[in-house]
Design a protein around this ligand. Structure first.
Ligand code: NIG
Ligand code: FE
Length: 414
């Protein structure tokens, strides 16, 4: 029984397939005019001309508007206590991001605030942020731990993500990022923290199914490629998927490690070059690019065109976190992907839907509008694809549909 028909779609724009689109094919999307989509029990059962669509079930008249897949934000640090506006002034005065971290601020400041917050307070705060993201069209997101940095506190953050998964409607994929910074307690005992991660936390997180992926911040002064290798190897042994924060500030070997270990994604990649791009492409590691972080830290934009030319698949995400990207606005990231990376609207659409879904292992279920996929759709306040990449600074989503259900993300229950 058809449960929902979205009819009178002026333009339906979607990438196609169940895996990331790479190189030249990233910009090949399907465009259908005068279309309709039908949904049965949350699953898309018809995509095609409006004239031949099933006519039973609840009808949503799109009134000629643009419809795309729901947006997927595949890299966020959603669960955190406090904010870091004091550091913003320091950075404006010229203090580098890594110097603030080395002085005990940055990630460590958020660690203190996150440890102080109760589980319930973190659920409520992250839930409010998720509601905001949903209004902006994000129907699935990834969420990392990494502000607990001790056994109990990392587990607390991951339990918050679990509670938010149960809360819905935004779907979340959980990533364990215990290797986000060296906690002060282990300042003189790096090996001790690595042992805690590899021998206690990773096995526990995997056993309790508290995360699908393990990530490491591999950067000068944070975790070296050799340490990242140790952590990611342990994670792989316990069945977790692999991600890595690589080449964000310095290209010290993080992305080469991702290629070698067959990670699902290598994220940031600002400082990556041709050798990294070739190896990432050959190993089918998705490059997750975070343009709002470049904007906010005043850094260059990652060399996205060179990555596509090398045959890589690119996803774009918000990196939402209180330090380097205090915004979960993925629509702004879409604008920045065009402006900062020179991606086309079609390439960017793939980057925030199908490729982002692939970066969290969900491309078989979400990320495109095709029969058999979950009905996560957006109806936009326009009839034109270019418009949503060109207009910036305002929410252009007219209606979110998650799992075949129209969502009313207005603050009703708050
Ligand atoms: O992806 N690079 C490391 N982690 C985050 C920043 C986290 C923070 O500053 O709190 C990032 O940019
Ligand atoms: Fe990040």
């Amino acid at each position: 029984m058809t449960s929902l028909v979205i009819t009178n779609i002026g333009l339906l724009a979607t990438p196609l397939g169940s895996q990331a689109r790479s190189g030249a094919s990233q910009g090949e999307i399907q465009l259908l005019s005068d279309a309709a989509v039908a949904v049965d029990n949350g699953i898309i059962s018809y995509v095609g001309p409006a004239a031949s669509a099933p006519s039973s079930g609840k009808v949503i008249n799109a009134e000629g508007r643009l419809v795309t897949p729901g947006l997927v934000d595949c890299h966020t640090h959603l669960v955190f206590g406090g904010w870091r506006q004091q550091e913003f002034s320091q950075r404006l005065a010229g203090v580098p991001y890594l110097d603030i971290l080395a002085a005990g601020g940055g990630i460590l400041a958020t660690m203190r605030a996150t440890r102080q917050a109760t589980e319930q307070a973190l659920i409520e705060k992250a839930g409010r942020l998720l509601d905001e993201m949903l209004k902006g069209g994000v129907t699935t997101a990834e969420a990392k731990s990494g502000y607990g940095l001790s056994l109990e506190e990392e587990l607390k953050q991951l339990r918050v993500v679990k509670a938010l998964i149960e809360r819905g409607p935004v779907e979340l994929v959980s990533t364990f990022l215990g290797a986000h910074a060296l906690p002060p307690k282990y300042a003189d005992n790096r090996q001790g923290y690595l042992a805690l991660l590899c021998n206690s936390l990773i096995p526990l997180v995997a056993r309790e199914e508290l995360a699908s992926y393990c990530d490491v911040f591999c950067e000068t002064g944070v975790f070296s490629p050799a340490e990242a290798r140790q952590i990611l190897t342990a994670a792989r042994q316990h069945g977790l998927g692999l991600k890595i924060h690589a080449d964000e500030i310095d290209a010290i070997g993080g992305s080469l490690l991702a290629a070698e270990l067959g990670a699902t994604s290598a994220d940031h990649l600002l400082a990556s070059g041709p050798q990294e791009h070739r190896q990432l492409a050959a190993a089918h590691v998705i490059g997750v690019l975070l343009p709002a972080t470049s904007l906010f830290l005043g850094k260059p934009y990652a060399p996205a065109r060179a990555m596509l030319d090398a045959g890589m698949a690119i996803a774009v995400a918000s990196d939402f976190n209180p330090g380097s990207s205090p915004s979960g606005n993925l629509q702004l990231c879409m604008n920045l992907a065009c402006l900062g990376y020179g991606l086309t609207p079609a390439e960017t659409l793939s980057a925030v839907t199908l490729n982002a879904a692939a970066a969290i292992g969900r491309a078989d279920r979400i990320g495109s509008i095709e029969c058999g996929k979950q009905a996560d759709l957006l109806i936009w306040e326009t009839d034109d694809l270019d418009y949503i990449f060109y207009r910036f600074g305002t929410n252009l989503v007219h209606q979110v549909i998650k799992n075949g259900q129209p969502v009313d993300p207005v603050d009703k229950e708050r």
